[in-house]
Design a binder for this molecule. Structure first.
Ligand code: GLN
Length: 269
C-alpha cells in the first residue's frame, strides 16, 4: 500500500468505526427512553400488555383471539395514534414490570388505580368502576364474610382481591394464612374451585358476574364494596402518551361510545 493509499485506508476505517459506535449508541439510547407518541408512531405499532383471563375486559375467544372491552379501548388508542395494535398476554402480576421494562407501551387489564401502583406508574383517567365479589360452587352458599370462617379462599396474585383477602380475612383471623390460595391465572383458580381444592374465589365483581353466566355450576355469593376504578397504566416518563390516552377515554365517555362498549360486552344480563 502506498502512503496515500494507507492514509485513505485509515480515514475510511476511522469513519466506519465512528459510524458503528454512533449506530450502537443510538440503539441503546432508543431502548432506554420510554415510549412517546413520536416513538410509537415511528415504530408503527402500539404494544399493549394485558392478562387475558378477565372476561369481558380481556379474554381469549373461541377463535383464539384476545378480545374484550379493554381491547376495544386499546384499538381506539392505536387508531388515534395511526398505528397497528399488538396485544401481549402476560400474567397479571407481571404487567407493571413489563411496563417498566419497556416490553409494553401501556397496560390495559381491568387494573385498579391504587396509591401503591401510582407510586411506580401513571394512570389514565378512570374508565370503569368496580368492587370485589365472592363466587363459589352452587353446592354451597355464602352470604357474608362470617360464612367464610376457616374456608379455603382463592385469589389472583398481585390483585386488589388478594390484598382485600389478606387485610380482611387473614389479618382478622377469619381464615388462617394457609387457607389463602394464590393463583397466577384466574382460570387456574376456577379449576381449583371445580376440583374442590378451594371453597370460594374473591375476584372483581363485574368479572364474577360474567363467570357465573358462562361457567356452569358456579354462583355469585355476595359483593364486597371496595369502590375501585380501572385505569390504563403508563410509564411515568411518557406524559404525552398519557395525555393522548386521556383524550381518547374522555372522548369515548363524552360521545357515549364507552357506554355502548359496556353494553356490547356486558349485554343486558
Ligand atoms: N382490578 C383488579 C386489580 O387491579 C384485578 C384485575 C385483574 O385481575 N385483571 O388488581
Amino acid at each position: 500500500m502506498s502512503k496515500v493509499e494507507r492514509k485513505w485506508f485509515y480515514l475510511v476505517f476511522a469513519v466506519l468505526v465512528v459510524a458503528i459506535v454512533a449506530y450502537l449508541g443510538y440503539n441503546i439510547y432508543q431502548q432506554q427512553v420510554y415510549p412517546t407518541v413520536t416513538s410509537i408512531k415511528n415504530k408503527g405499532v402500539l404494544v399493549v400488555g394485558t392478562s387475558a383471563d378477565f372476561p369481558p375486559f380481556e379474554y381469549v375467544n373461541q377463535s383464539g383471539a384476545i378480545v374484550g372491552l379493554d381491547i376495544d379501548i386499546a384499538n381506539a388508542i392505536a387508531k388515534e395514534l395511526g398505528v397497528k395494535l399488538v396485544v401481549k398476554d402476560l400474567s397479571f402480576d407481571a404487567l407493571i414490570s413489563a411496563l417498566q421494562g419497556k416490553q409494553v407501551d401501556l397496560v390495559i387489564a381491568g387494573m385498579t388505580i391504587t396509591p401503591e401502583r401510582s407510586k411506580v406508574v401513571d394512570f389514565s383517567v378512570p374508565y370503569y368502576n368496580a368492587s370485589q365479589a365472592v363466587i363459589s360452587l352452587t353446592t354451597q352458599k355464602f352470604s357474608g364474610v362470617n360464612d367464610l370462617k376457616n374456608k379455603k379462599i382463592g385469589v389472583q396474585t398481585g390483585t386488589t382481591g388478594e390484598s382485600w383477602a389478606e387485610d380482611n380475612l387473614v389479618n382478622t383471623s377469619v381464615i388462617p394464612e394457609s387457607n389463602l390460595f394464590h393463583y397466577d391465572k384466574l382460570s387456574d383458580a376456577l379449576l381449583a374451585l371445580k376440583r374442590g381444592d378451594i371453597d370460594a374465589i374473591i375476584i372483581d365483581e363485574p368479572v364474577a358476574r360474567m363467570f357465573v353466566r358462562t361457567v356452569s355450576g358456579v354462583q355469585y355469593d355476595f359483593g364486597i364494596y371496595t369502590g375501585e376504578q380501572y385505569g390504563i397504566a403508563i410509564n411515568k416518563d411518557s406524559k404525552d402518551l398519557l395525555n393522548l390516552v386521556n383524550t381518547v377515554i374522555n372522548n369515548m365517555k363524552n360521545s357515549g361510545q364507552l357506554d355502548s362498549l359496556v353494553q356490547k360486552w356486558f349485554g343486558s344480563g
